[in-house]
Design a protein around this ligand. Structure first.
Ligand SMILES: [Zn+2]
Length: 68
């Protein structure tokens, strides 16, 4: 049976249909890896501040004030 080093701990892991956690050596290693993945994707990047460049933010100057 082929064996591959576990990407998590480096231990020889059985690489075959018998090992449902392949290429990890055990369920724990797979869970740890998945957990790391989850926590990494959970981390939200810093929010970029929206540019305060909305057009017409000052309607008092664009509108014709001499309509009265
Ligand atoms: Zn392992």
């Amino acid at each position: 049976m082929k064996k591959v080093p576990c990407p998590r701990c480096g231990a020889p892991a059985l690489f075959g249909p018998k090992n449902e956690w392949r290429p990890f050596c055990s369920e724990r290693c797979k869970m740890i890896d998945l957990g790391l993945w989850a926590s990494e994707s959970y981390r939200v990047p810093d929010k970029e501040p929206a540019p305060d460049d909305s057009p017409g933010s000052d309607p008092d100057t664009s509108s014709s004030s001499s309509s009265r």
